[in-house]
Write a new protein. Structure first.
Length: 193
């Protein structure tokens, strides 16, 4: 995890030196509702014994680098690391994505959409084992300009999927399908010119 943070910081530092593009950095609270179509039982049940859904809370740490701008559209690369917990289980999402935002609309509203892929690491509540699997998220939100270098992320909503750790991964009778992720986030974005 420390290596990821170092790589993240170095990538954005080099990018801002190489070009005078805009960079945004954020640390925002997040809630993720994780749901399965089937229940799991045993020590590796990620959501808990006989549970189909649970809401996890935590933080998103990330940033974006704008590499393209025209009159109406801004394209950027977003890199984020999300940490959420509930019922002693945890989900860590390390994601890289493409982000498309409109230039500020009336009153400085900037809507955006984003598609991210990466690695989801899950740990069940009653075990120390962790499992890494592919994760994707489709996100949309609205940022509002508060000051020259500060935006308020009014809302960010998302839908995604990741295969969580389950009893089927460790000798159980059934392997569960991928879990659905519904996310909500808000907070501040600090823009660095």
């Amino acid at each position: 995890m420390k290596l990821r943070s170092l790589v993240f910081c170095l990538a954005f530092a080099v990018a801002t030196i190489a070009a005078h593009a805009q960079v945004g950095v954020y640390v925002n609270p997040i809630g993720i509702h994780v749901s399965n179509s089937e229940t799991d039982t045993g020590p590796f049940a990620f959501l808990g014994d006989n549970t189909k859904g649970r809401t996890f809370y935590g933080v998103n740490i990330g940033g974006y680098y704008e590499f393209f701008q025209n009159q109406n559209i801004v394209a950027s690369v977003d890199l984020r690391d999300g940490f959420v917990k509930s019922n002693n289980a945890s989900l860590n999402s390390f994601l890289v994505g493409g982000r498309v935002a409109s230039k500020p609309l009336a009153n400085s509203f900037k809507p955006y959409v984003q598609l991210s892929i990466g690695l989801g690491t899950t740990k069940p509540p009653t075990s120390t084992l962790r499992l890494n699997r592919f994760e994707y998220d489709i996100l949309g939100g609205v940022d509002y300009t508060l000051a020259k270098h500060v935006d308020f992320r009014m809302v960010e909503l998302g839908y995604g999927s990741v295969s969580t750790v389950n009893s089927g991964d460790f000798g159980g009778t059934n392997s569960l399908p991928a879990s659905h992720l519904f996310t909500v986030s808000t907070g501040l974005v600090f823009r660095i010119p």
